[in-house]
Write a protein of this length. Sequence first.
Length: 255
Amino acid sequence: MSVDPVFLAVGWLTTMLMAVGKGAFGGGLAILSVPMLSLVMDPVDAAITTAPLVSLMDLFALGAFGRSGWAKADLTWLIPGLVAGIAAGAAVFVLVDARIVTLIIALVTVAFTAHWFLRVRLAPPAPIGLSAPLALVAGAATGFSTFVAHAGGPPLAMYLLRRGLDKTRYAGTTVAVFTLGNLIKLVPYLALAASKPQALWAAFSFAPAAPLGVWLGKRLHDRLPQGMLFFWCYVLLGAAALKLLADAVKGLVAP
């Protein structure tokens, strides 16, 4: 493991940003992890390093929000959909072009976010009620896309943001869904880590930033007015969509 101060600084900053996003919004900044860590380490090592860090953050975020922060009725349908989506992604992983999946998710999310900023923000519609079919579809899309293309955040956010939940139930429910999803994904990443122990050492060295970042993020969550917090949720969602779009286009046009 490198002891280069630049390596440690980038790793701690990346971990802190991910953890603050987890504590404030339930997630949203993990998409920055691999690009930022790839500045100081191999991209595959960066992906392996991120997996245990995100699961560690989930555990602290679960404690920060507690069960009272869960929209339990939604989770009743989101979780089965998530598990089914992950299973489907694993079953067809070698048959699906992750670039196409990423492109579709990015285009839908860009359209959804643009619609909110241009129309819905100015004249908000009534929140949608609990819909078992929509929750199942959102869960399945989240599970499938997170396994195939590491892009599970947008499908879940698009469903939960339209539900009209208060800010804490939105973030707490997001944390609950991804705690399970990230734990499932952790298994294959740990198998990969058997041949890349340097990635696990890196995760160990960055780990102390995780609880600190979640704590700071939760304090931010508690202080931000609900309208402002959701505004930044849409900003993060749009930024994630543009990042996914750029990655998909780059992958498709690359020789």
